[in-house]
Ligand binder design. Structure first.
Ligand code: DX5
Ligand code: ZN
Length: 216
């Protein structure tokens, strides 16, 4: 599977609904929503009301919600009925909290993803990988769009792919941060299934860009 999940972090808020509607008309059926609490990262992003309004007003699509937050339980409860996959950060909780989050999500039938920052060892995902629907390698420090892709990420994706195979997990691999035409091909070659594309697509918003990202 090679797909893109456009991040709408840098889309002007008054244009959000039409941007996403247009994407779905072009056949894109995953969209990436960034949520920030100004604690886990020094920034804020989409609010619950904005994401709910997308949920209510845009054509149906897979909403992957990237929660860069400290209070995992609070945000889990907030988004569990809206998001199709809720991705939290490994660094935001201890093992105990993570284990109980996974158990709760299983019971609620909610798909969970786990993200790691560029400096976090990929091996930390191994004990949880079987229970995850998605694993996210951050290719920039989380918090802001428009940063430069870290080249080390290719090796990290390959390492994660190895872990997924060894553990016989069905988790997909997502990459997030600095993805654009010049590097997406190498991300897919390394093993990425779902590439988040933020500012590059906002700046070059056309069906041609979407098609090129997936084929060139
Ligand atoms: C950054 C966010 C990303 C961001 C990606 O912390 O998680 O999803 O929107 O934007 P680009 O593609 O511009 O790096
Ligand atoms: Zn993100």
């Amino acid at each position: 599977m090679k797909k893109i999940s456009p991040s709408v972090l840098d889309v002007p808020k008054n244009n959000l609904i039409s941007y996403i509607t247009q994407l779905t008309e072009w056949g894109v059926n995953n969209v990436h929503y960034d949520v920030m609490d100004n604690k886990f990262v020094p920034n804020s992003a989409l609010t619950f009301e904005e994401i709910k309004s997308v949920y209510e007003n845009c054509p149906k699509h897979i909403m992957d919600i990237h929660l860069m937050v400290e209070d995992v339980e609070l945000y889990y409860e907030m988004y569990k009925n809206i998001g199709d996959i809720l991705t939290f950060h490994y660094e935001a909780m201890d093992k105990e909290k993570l284990t109980s989050l996974i158990a709760k999500a299983k019971k609620d039938n909610v798909k969970i993803g786990l993200a790691i920052k560029p400096s976090t060892n990929v091996e930390v995902l191994r004990p949880f990988i079987k229970d995850l629907s998605l694993s996210l390698i951050m290719s920039v420090e989380p918090g802001f769009g428009g940063q430069k892709f870290m080249e080390i990420s290719y090796d990290r994706v390959k390492e994660l792919e190895g872990i997924i195979k060894e553990e016989k997990s069905a988790a997909i691999i997502q990459i997030d941060g600095g993805v654009k035409q010049e590097n997406i091909k190498y991300c897919f070659e390394a093993g990425v299934n779902l590439a988040v594309v933020g500012s590059y697509l906002v700046k070059n918003f056309s069906k041609q860009t979407v098609d090129d990202l997936l084929t060139k």
